[in-house]
Design a protein around this ligand. Structure first.
Ligand code: TYD
Ligand code: MG
Length: 457
């Protein structure tokens, strides 16, 4: 191994030092020094691999001369993943899949590697042994597959095997376990992560092979290597969910090839992840009789309408200060809605405990559930059930006015599709909407008290 020159740089001001120091003498910041390569013999492990020739050098070209063709996307075998990626895997894309330990990143990627059609996939694991991966594959109901497993952490060796096998897709589990021989710091350190990722970035771009990097999330909740990988890769996917719930959500945080507002929903089963293509069904609990404190709202996740259930429980505060607690909904927004109820509608809720829960363990930021939340709170407070065939989709303003929300037609048709009989929307939302084409009854409303008299008489 030829020696590489490295040096330490302050990540704050860029000062250089031959050895690591705790406090930067130039800017006074602590713990900012990181080892970086300043001179490599060759260009990293990938550059040394045998098959690479000079041919791949690029030249400046007039933008009008560049041939445009619809990117040939590769179907991943999972509709949810394809949609989050913006319509399939783009050749040469570098995709980072992040998430907390144990959330199911390895399961997701192994499942994709096993199910993908007509593509030779190399699954590189630095975390599990071949046997463990085989066991997991058995559990996932492995059928005949073109998936190769490699347990290796050194990038030199990995590129050597890639030359041999010539895969059409790579999965790396995880980027934090890789080491390149050009840097001496230990696996998982900032400089190792950056060097290894940049070797795979180069590999992906030059060969047009998609590479998935699995990355762990640090305690602070950011992908390890603070922001460092995020701008190197084309797509950042975040796999999240509540450990106590079986549902997992795949979000895209950055996507050079598609929208970032899409999301995919999966259910973690005994035999792997199942795609949930109709999320509304799982998010609505089944009940035989109408119960107080429950409403259903039509919200949007990305481009997809989802019906979710809100549950509220209002009780007299047992102790001095009333509690405000909410799961899946912003507490500050809850407090605002309570203030609106108090001030504009005269309901005395300041002496009550208020608990709010969005079922299914999802988090909703869509303001369109405001009206549903308010009605659930009142329904519980008055102990009168809301018609279980009623649905809500509107924002509530500080004066108690009901405000329009985006994509109302999609919301209405989703509610209709799932068998709801009436939907409450803002009066100002129906401009240009052909209400006649819906069989569901649409209530255009403009003030909160108007909704209450419609609901509770
Ligand atoms: P894993 O993919 O190992 O998580 P990560 O790579 O993100 O750390 O997922 C581990 C969890 O998933 C583990 O708690 C067991 C569970 N699991 C199932 O419920 N069903 C399955 O079929 C598999 C393979 C895992
Ligand atoms: Mg794992």
């Amino acid at each position: 191994m030829s020696k590489v020159k490295t040096s330490f740089f302050c990540q704050n001001c860029g000062a250089q030092s031959a050895k690591w120091i705790g406090k930067c003498p130039a800017c006074g910041e602590w713990n900012t020094y990181v080892e970086e390569v300043i001179e490599k013999p060759g260009k990293g492990a990938y550059a040394k691999s045998a098959t690479r020739s000079q041919a791949s050098g690029s030249r400046p070209r007039l933008i009008s001369d560049i041939q445009f063709r619809e990117e040939q996307r590769i179907g991943s075998g999972s509709q949810e993943l394809d949609r989050v990626l913006g319509g399939g895997i783009v050749p040469g894309a570098l995709v980072l899949v992040g998430g907390e330990p144990g959330i199911g990143k390895s399961t997701l990627m192994l499942q994709v590697a096993l199910n993908i059609k007509n593509q030779k996939v190399l699954y590189i694991s630095g975390e599990e042994s071949e046997l463990q991966i085989k066991m997991r594959a058995e559990r996932l109901g492995m059928q005949q597959s073109n998936c190769f497993i490699l347990t290796e952490t050194r990038t030199d060796n990995i590129f050597h095997h890639i030359d041999e096998i010539q895969p059409q897709m790579l999965v790396i589990d995880s980027i934090q376990t890789l080491t390149t021989s050009h840097i001496e710091s230990s696996a998982g350190s900032v400089s190792q992560i950056r060097e290894c990722a940049s070797e795979f970035q180069k590999f992906a771009k030059e060969n047009g092979i998609p590479v998935f990097l699995i990355g762990h999330i640090t305690k602070e909740g950011s992908l390890a290597g603070p922001k460092l990988l995020e701008h190197m890769v084309d797509t950042v996917l975040q796999f999240e969910g509540d450990h106590n719930h079986v549902y997992r959500i795949l979000r895209s945080q950055k996507n050079r090839f598609g929208s970032t507002s899409e999301l995919g929903i999966f259910e973690m089963r005994e035999n792997g992840l199942r795609e949930v293509s109709n999320p509304s069904e799982i998010l609505l609990s089944s009940r035989d009789e109408p119960l107080s404190g429950i409403t259903v709202s039509a919200t949007l996740e990305g481009m997809r309408p989802i019906l979710i259930e809100t549950q509220a429980l209002i009780s007299t505060a047992a102790y001095g200060t009333p509690q405000r607690s909410s799961t899946g909904f912003d507490v500050r927004r809850l407090n605002m809605l309570l203030a609106v109820l108090e001030k504009r509608c005269g309901f005395r809720l300041s002496v009550k405990d208020v608990f709010l829960n969005i079922t299914g363990g999802v988090r909703v930021d869509d303001p369109a559930i405001d009206l549903g939340v308010i009605c659930a709170i009142l329904s519980s407070s008055e102990d009168v059930a809301v018609n279980d065939k009623a649905c809500f989709a509107a924002e509530v303003g500080l004066t108690g006015e009901i405000r329009p929300v985006t994509r109302i037609e999609q919301r209405i048709s989703e509610a209709q599709k799932l068998g709801f009989e009436e939907i409450f929307v803002s009066k100002y939302n129906l401009k240009g909407v052909e209400a006649k084409k819906f069989s569901i009854k649409i209530h255009p409303v403009n003030r909160v008290d108007q909704v209450f008299s419609l609901l509770f008489g």
